[in-house]
Write a protein that binds this ligand. Structure first.
Ligand SMILES: Nc1ccn([C@@H]2O[C@H](COP(=O)(O)OP(=O)(O)OP(=O)(O)O)[C@@H](O)[C@H]2O)c(=O)n1
Ligand SMILES: C[C@](O)(CO)[C@H](O)COP(=O)(O)O
Length: 381
């Protein structure tokens, strides 16, 4: 059983009111008609995809569908019905047993829709997805209600609509009036058309706000993620003291395999922790000579690259240095600016502060500096 599909993209989109037809508008960066084509092909039911476009748009449509299997676009007509008829004529040579007729302006086809339509075709000549009407219906004129229309048994028709190919062709040949969908043409020739459950997400982009609505439903859900990091390095003579990317004049410096920037190390661990991607030692093992005396800024750049690769963003970072000396306050602004620069974020997203341990323990005795950091990210789930 060969199943073909028509992708109807010959409309002008007048109600959408943009200079270009709505099927060319970008939905999260991709043309609406491409997203609709991918939805039709998903699941592997369709063996032949026939785009129908306005005259002269063939090259543009082909570029928008690049990489997807499809037949050469054919020219549609002045009405949707005429466009369907042109598409059916182009498919005739393939003699498919069934055809799905789909609006390129409907980018979302819920997963179960096409299988449900094809199953219904075993018993009926046609099947459409439809949603029961849930609002009270009024017929109105000149801004005044004329009457309330009983909504019982009323449905909103969606696409793709599925038909036995020869029956739909015969229905189009027999049509003597304009129908707003293909199911109506079957009704006119006395064929029975099944209703299968439609879905709210199957929106026909008609007005500009429809595009924003579909975009928000397709947008990946961002969730907050929290991470903490902690690090300690020993203070020794003969090393520079580098804290949060800033070199501080001091008689001692931090010892370590890299430049021993305890602030950046704790911050990296907080970021990797928030992503559940291990710690700095996993990404930059101290056993590797290439990280000897390395500038820790590159570790922080890598951690932020991981955030961005996951489609996430840093909400804020909070860094606390724990030491008796040197005093951090005079350097905090420079540290904030440098961390923000390395991370590629605004300075208002970064905080650097310090505390002592009341002369207790190794920081209190000046043997080393500790740092604890916390970050908050927003990352697609
Ligand atoms: N002559 C036409 C008219 C419409 N369509 C397609 O049929 C689908 C549904 O039609 P509709 O939403 O009415 O689209 P437009 O006719 O483009 O919109 P408008 O009525 O606002 O101009 C759309 O994918 C549209 O491109 C088509 O292929 N050929
Ligand atoms: C076919 C259709 O998508 C079913 O809802 C719809 O009727 C087409 O849009 P139009 O505005 O009626 O052309």
């Amino acid at each position: 059983m060969m199943i073909a599909a028509l992708l109807l993209a010959a409309g002008r989109g007048e109600r959408f009111g943009a200079p270009e037809p709505k099927q060319y508008a970008l939905l999260l960066g991709r043309p609406v008609l491409r997203v609709a084509a991918e939805a039709l092909l998903a699941g592997g039911h369709v063996q032949a995809l026939q785009p129908v476009c306005a005259a002269g748009e063939e090259v543009r449509i082909t570029a928008m569908l690049e990489g997807l299997p499809h037949l050469p676009p054919v020219t549609g007509g002045a009405t949707r019905q005429a466009s369907v008829k042109a598409g059916l004529a182009a498919l005739a040579a393939l003699n498919p047993s069934a055809v799905l007729v789909h609006d390129a302006a409907r980018p979302v086809i819920p997963a179960g829709t096409i299988p449900a339509l094809l199953a219904a075709l075993e018993h009926r000549a046609g099947a459409i997805p439809a949603q029961p009407v849930s609002d009270t219906l009024k017929r109105g004129e000149a801004g005044v209600i004329g009457e309330t229309v009983p909504r019982a048994g009323l449905f909103r028709a969606q696409t793709p609509q599925a038909f036995r190919f020869e029956t739909l062709r015969a229905a189009h040949e027999a049509a003597s009036a304009e129908a707003t969908d293909d199911a109506q043409l079957l009704e006119w020739i006395g064929e029975s058309v099944a209703l299968v459950p439609g879905h709210e997400s199957n929106v026909k982009i008609t007005f500009p706000e429809d595009l924003a609505r579909v975009e928000s439903t397709l947008q990946p859900r961002l969730l907050p993620r929290i991470g903490t990091g902690f690090d300690v390095h020993r203070l020794v003579p003969g090393r520079p003291l580098i804290l949060c990317g800033v070199t501080i004049p001091h008689e001692l410096g931090l010892d370590g395999h890299s430049d021993a920037d305890v602030g950046i190390h704790a911050l990296c661990d907080a970021i990797y922790g928030a992503l559940a991607e291990g710690d700095i030692g996993r990404h930059f093992p101290p056993s590797q000579m290439k990280w000897r005396d390395a500038d820790s800024a590159q570790f922080l750049v890598h951690a932020m690259e991981r955030v961005r690769a996951r489609g996430g963003m840093l909400v804020n970072a909070d860094v606390t240095l724990i030491c008796e000396q040197p005093k951090i306050g005079p350097h905090a602004a420079a540290m904030i600016a440098r961390l923000a620069e390395i991370m590629g974020v605004e300075a208002r997203r970064v905080g650097v502060k310090a505390t002592t341990t009341e002369r207790l323990g190794f920081p209190g005795r000046g043997e080393g500096i500790a740092c604890q950091a916390a970050v908050s990210l927003m990352v697609p789930d």
